[in-house]
Design a protein around this ligand. Structure first.
Ligand code: GUN
Ligand code: FE
Length: 439
């Protein structure tokens, strides 16, 4: 065994948004997979069966330490990390022109890209994001660099070279032909890495920045290589009006569908203004949603009705959407997701139930893994899954909050989710490897 842990585990199952398992013993094999998960009373039996010594068992501190699954960020723009925390004075379309495109265009330089990408991936790992779905920039070489950085730092990455061939400034746009060729080249390159942790994603920026021809070709590339698709959908009212002008007969969601970009491997960021009809189309196609509440607040896009999505059994995960969202931490997305739901409930009938912290935790872990089609591999502690996990200590040095004797276990977990930060994340594991914190 690579590790054997004994103590409290907190995770989600398809049936229960939060399950707390006390006094458990969990073994991680040399391939980084969960080999067993049993009651601690079975310690000696398991030690014999799996051939480990009881003195090597890592005992988690009672009350203050517990393991949770690693966080999944289903939507983040890696290049935008360099200006995150600034520039929230204008809404989306102006924000793209004023801040985003100038910064992303700098990623033509692969040295610059390498420097910035090392920072953002390391920062995400520190914050407990073991899996992230990235938008890179339009540049093929720099997107290849992002794959290398993610591989080197040991994160699980879904990585997309952004495709855009219209409605973009001269200095940051592709010709249709190059956009098609480079999208396919990138997918091939990433698949040829043969790294089980890296998955290429076909990534049209959004309908407005792609010609019909490009959208269609991207649908073909995704089908040919059987890879996921990510984009933006129904983020702001302005953008929706412009899509409506161009495709008067179709909804925004139907436009993606008509270009073969809506299927069970597709996940769309935002969906703040999706109509009932559009949500039903997503149900029919089994597509998922990357809910990005922090960004939706910052650029005043809207509030997605996650409760309505979950009621329809749509897969939903959380996204930081850096730099629309200012924080790289999924903990912040958890808090903003709860607040967004509370605010939305004010406009709903009294029986409307806003999301609670247990549900937000589910979205941040198992929900995100479902969106990425990874729930057979990660997302919770099930025997046979890869061990992507965080060792949490609510009494870590310099912790930003305090727990008290009268706090019960659920209080302690809720305090971590509502008040905790990277100081409480002692170790980060991806596929059984320690990628942050001491080995
Ligand atoms: N829509 C198209 N591009 C972007 C982007 O970079 N960020 C956000 N939040 N929305 C977008
Ligand atoms: Fe985004």
């Amino acid at each position: 065994m690579k590790f054997v842990f004994c103590g409290t585990l907190v995770h989600s199952t398809p049936e229960r948004v939060m399950e707390v398992l006390h006094d458990r013993i969990m073994g991680i094999d040399l391939n980084g997979k969960i080999a067993f998960l049993e009651n601690r009373s079975k310690l000696h039996e398991l030690a014999q069966k799996f051939g480990f010594e009881t003195k090597d068992v890592i005992n988690l501190k009672p009350r203050s330490q517990f393991l949770i699954p690693g966080f999944v960020d289903t939507h983040i723009h890696a290049p935008q990390y360099v200006f995150t925390g600034t520039g929230y004075d204008v809404p989306l379309l102006q924000w793209l022109e004023k801040y985003t495109f100038p910064v992303e265009s700098n990623f033509k330089c692969t040295k610059y890209a390498e420097h910035a990408y090392k920072k953002v991936v390391a920062r995400l790992l520190k914050n407990g994001t073991t899996t992230a779905s990235y938008f890179a920039s339009i540049h093929l070489e720099a997107t290849n660099v992002l794959c290398d950085v993610v591989a080197e730092l040991g994160q699980r990455g879904y990585i997309g070279k952004v495709s855009m061939d219209q409605n973009s400034p001269d200095y940051y746009v592709e010709t249709t032909q190059k956009a098609i060729e480079d999208a396919e080249r990138f997918v091939k390159h990433a698949l040829e890495l043969k790294n089980a942790l890296i998955t290429p994603v076909v990534t049209p920026r959004f309908v407005l920045s792609c010609t019909t021809h490009l959208l269609k070709q991207l649908g073909d590339v995704a089908m040919k290589y059987d890879v996921p698709i990510q984009s933006h959908l129904n983020e702001t009212k302005n953008e929706i009006q412009m899509v409506k002008k161009r495709f008067s007969d179709d909804t925004y969601t139907a436009v993606y569908d008509k270009h073969n970009l809506l299927n069970s491997k597709t996940y769309m960021a935002h969906c703040c203004h999706s109509s009932e009809e559009e949500l039903c189309l997503m149900v029919k196609k089994s597509s998922g949603v990357a809910h990005c509440p922090t960004s939706n607040f910052n650029i005043r896009s809207g509030i997605a009705d996650v409760r309505a999505m979950l009621d329809k059994k749509i897969k939903v995960g959380l996204g930081t959407d850096v730099s629309g969202g200012e924080s790289t931490s999924i903990l912040v997305a958890i808090r903003d997701c709860i607040k967004a739901s509370n605010v939305l409930s004010l406009r709903k009938p009294e029986e409307y139930k806003p999301l609670n912290f247990e549900e937000a935790f589910f979205l941040a872990t198992l929900g995100g893994s479902q969106v990425l089609g990874l729930d057979g591999k990660i997302g919770n502690f099930e025997v046979g899954k890869d061990f992507d996990a965080l060792l949490i200590d609510v009494e870590a040095q310099n912790s930003a909050f305090d727990c008290f004797d009268r706090d019960n276990t659920m209080d302690v977990i809720q305090k971590f989710l509502m008040l905790g930060d990277d100081r409480n994340i002692l170790k980060v594991f991806v596929a059984g490897r320690v990628v942050c914190g001491q080995d």
